[in-house]
Design a binder for this molecule. Structure first.
Ligand SMILES: Cc1cc2nc3c(=O)[nH]c(=O)nc-3n(C[C@H](O)[C@H](O)[C@H](O)COP(=O)(O)OP(=O)(O)OC[C@H]3O[C@@H](n4cnc5c(N)ncnc54)[C@H](O)[C@@H]3O)c2cc1C
Length: 500
């Protein structure tokens, strides 16, 4: 049995801790804040519960596997529900496309009924390519440690896989080979934002996200996606994992080749293995001493990577009893696209200013466990945003309330009757995310996938500093709940091998 210290009680940290404790290790998690879950949280404000982080669960198999392998099946601890329709897409010219859940045929039929047969066929062909890409990329790029380009080249069938993945093609370019339909292109573009990126720059292989979402479904967890964090904490405690909350780790200790433990304030704690769930930028640039040469390559990669976009969230509690007529009917997930989608990416990544006509994502769970009272709706809204970079970029400490008011005015303009029934309103800026969970600049996903080499620019799961491992959204294979859960599996397996 080895002593393992985990830095951070985010989903990645707790998922790794549960797997390691189940394997017999003595695990302690040090968490800087007073709660677990990190970005994944359901927050009550008055009579309304909001998912302030993830509001969509995809690839639930990752967490089914985790709960099954660490104790009772997920169905015993969480009520996971498919969301139907999965998404409703609204365009500036009032065109509306509804994507049913878990049915490629249903999606194609729906597209065909609005945009014609050719568009339905184009989506079908795109998803065929996406499935092919998923088949060849899943094992080497997602489920395994990505060690080097050389290790991939050595793989049997590498050249034919390469043709499928088309690594030098951007998502936008690949889409244009299959469809010129502007509505479908916008929908595909949006999948780049699932990794905090720009569709004009991310590798074409991100098309797999669209395939994964439509084939394995869009899911909700009763009570809020934040219940995943609650269930994970419970599972960890059942397995004997110890939690030290309000304990910000100030350094990772080492003997210049091997990690030996951590320091919290003036207390040092020894460990055989350290698992860092804090953002990789913090791990390499703040927690490890600056003279540690062995991690130079990781620091260089991080410095050269583009950071993921950030988010401006609005939490709106709406009381429909305040309306004289019926409230507009909202699906669980809806998207309102602007006329000019490219302006959003120019503003965020180049000009570093808030988007004046942003895409608006609205999540309205039809979940009685997320409101206390009749005719109440809890809306979580996410607007893609530039990072919090006072001095060199946007400073979210200024004018954020004006931005919130502008978004609410836009929602009214869309006919959603928000102001009339508004009972609760809070907003969270990228600066708030940075302060609450230590996400540098408020980046949602660590580094973005912008650029053909982006997958290789993320922190490796196994650090060059022996016995240090990185887990979570800023490490391989990237951000979002499914990938974070996979990173925990990779790390637990690597520690299993290292402790033999
Ligand atoms: C607004 C928003 C919407 C999102 N929507 C979705 C979605 O719909 N679907 C989806 O799948 N994903 C979504 N995500 C992404 C998803 O939430 C993250 O990828 C995932 O939760 C990150 O988990 P993590 O393990 O990387 O840890 P994090 O959540 O980043 O947690 C890291 C933990 O480490 C702690 N920590 C940091 N530094 C230290 C230190 N020095 N000492 C001790 N502790 C430390 C932090 O306090 C935190 O608790 C969203 C995220 C946000 C913010």
């Amino acid at each position: 049995m080895s002593k393992v210290i985990v830095i951070g009680a985010g989903i990645g940290g707790m998922s790794a801790a549960a797997r390691l404790a189940k394997a017999g290790h003595d695990v302690t998690i040090f968490e800087s804040s007073d709660r677990t879950g990190g970005k994944c949280r359901t927050k009550w404000i008055g009579n309304y519960a909001f998912d302030t982080g993830p509001s969509l669960l995809t690839l639930p198999a990752v967490y089914r596997d985790l709960f099954l392998k660490t104790g009772k099946r997920i169905e015993h601890v969480l009520e996971i529900q498919p969301v139907d329709p999965a998404f409703e897409y609204n365009f500036a010219d009032k065109t509306k496309l509804t994507f049913p859940n878990l049915s490629l045929k249903g999606i194609c039929d729906s597209i065909e009924s609005v945009l014609g047969k050719a568009a339905g066929d184009e989506w079908h062909n795109l998803m065929q390519r996406a499935e092919h890409m998923w088949d060849v990329s899943r094992t080497p790029f997602v489920e395994s440690e990505l060690k080097s380009i050389r290790s991939l080249i050595a793989k049997k069938g590498f050249l034919s896989d390469l043709r499928v993945i088309a690594p030098l093609l951007s998502l936008r370019k690949l889409t244009s080979q299959y469809t010129k339909n502007p509505y479908l292109s916008k929908i595909v573009d949006r999948y780049a934002t699932y990794s905090g990126s720009d569709p004009r720059k991310v590798p074409a292989v991100l098309l797999t996200i669209a395939f994964v979402e439509s084939s394995f479904g869009a899911w909700h967890i009763k009570g809020g996606i934040g219940q995943l964090a609650v269930a994970l904490e419970t599972r960890c405690r059942e397995l004997g994992v110890k939690f030290e909350l309000n304990s910000p780790v100030t350094s990772i200790n080492h003997d210049s080749k091997i990690a030996t433990g951590i320091t919290v304030g003036n207390q040092t704690h020894k460990a055989d293995f350290v698992v860092a769930n804090a953002d990789a930028e913090i791990v390499y640039n703040k927690l490890l001493s600056s003279d540690l040469n062995i991690v130079k390559s990781e620091r260089k990669k991080l410095a050269g990577s583009t950071k993921s976009l950030a988010g401006f969230s609005l939490l709106l509690g709406l009381n429909n009893n305040k309306l004289s007529g019926p409230a507009p009917k909202m699906p669980h997930h809806s998207i309102y696209f602007p006329e000019n989608y490219d302006a959003e990416f120019d503003n965020i990544f180049e000009k570093k200013i808030p988007v004046s006509e942003p895409t608006i994502y609205i999540c309205v769970p039809n979940d009685p466990k997320m409101v206390k009272g009749e005719n109440l709706e809890a809306w979580s809204i996410l607007i893609n945003a530039p990072r919090h970079e006072p001095g060199s970029g946007w400073d979210w400490n200024n004018n954020s309330s004006l931005y919130a008011a502008k978004i609410i005015a836009k929602l009214d303009e869309l006919g959603l009757q928000v102001s009339e029934r508004l009972e609760v309103m809070e907003y969270e800026t990228p600066a708030d995310l940075e302060n609450s969970v230590g996400a540098p600049g408020g980046s949602i996903y660590g580094t973005s996938s912008n650029g053909a080499r982006s997958a290789f620019m993320r922190a490796k799961n196994t650090s060059p500093l022996k016995n240090l491992f990185c887990v979570g959204g800023s490490a391989h294979p990237g951000g979002g709940l499914p990938l974070v859960g996979i990173s925990a599996e990779i790390v637990a397996e690597a520690i299993g091998k290292a402790s033999l």
